[in-house]
Design a protein around this ligand. Structure first.
Ligand code: FEO
Length: 174
């Protein structure tokens, strides 16, 4: 495996792991504030990010590289509101998408088409995760300060009745 590709993949391991910790902190905050739907959703997101990290670890090792297991910064323990949580979720996912795009560029520059192929899975994951975060954020914005609305929103999240809006899932050019 080319050094530049290995380094970029290892950087991505750290970002996925950091995302997992960040979402775990959100889940814990929501849980301690009685928001069981939001909490359950963020615990699940945290697990998914950990899975993204593990998939990279295994890929690097299987291709003869050395996966570096990083330490993580302590994420925040307090969040302003549910709105704040979902704003942070979306902005964080946008940053991760940019990072995956950079990774694609490194693969192409280094002519590593196997890794390029592997990374395509992450690109579609990002498309879905951004769309889901946007859909939820739009709903939270609509609710505003309405406490009853927030209660129902949290219950809907718990029952997983919030789905990605179809328009957001249409890929460019489709
Ligand atoms: Fe794995 Fe959503 O970044």
């Amino acid at each position: 495996m080319k050094e530049r590709v290995e380094k970029a993949l290892n950087d991505q391991i750290k970002k996925e792991g950091q995302s997992s910790q960040f979402y775990l902190a959100m889940a814990s905050w929501a849980e301690s504030n009685g928001l069981s739907g939001t909490s359950g959703f963020m615990y699940k997101q945290s697990e998914e990010e950990r899975f993204h990290m593990l998939k990279l670890v295994k890929f690097i090792n299987e291709r003869g590289g050395i996966a570096i297991i990083p330490g993580f910064e302590t994420p925040p323990t307090e969040f302003e509101s549910v709105l704040n949580v979902f704003e942070l979720l979306l902005s964080h996912e946008i940053v991760i998408t940019e990072s995956i795009n950079d990774l694609v560029e490194v693969c192409l520059n280094e002519k590593d088409y196997t890794t390029h192929n592997f990374i395509q899975w992450y690109l579609s994951e990002q498309l879905e995760e951004e769309a889901l975060a946007r859909t939820i954020l739009d709903k939270v914005k609509l609710i505003g300060e309405d406490k009853a609305g927030l209660y129902l929103f949290d219950r809907d999240l718990e029952n997983s009745t919030i789905q990605i809006t179809p328009a957001n899932t249409v890929s460019p050019g489709a």
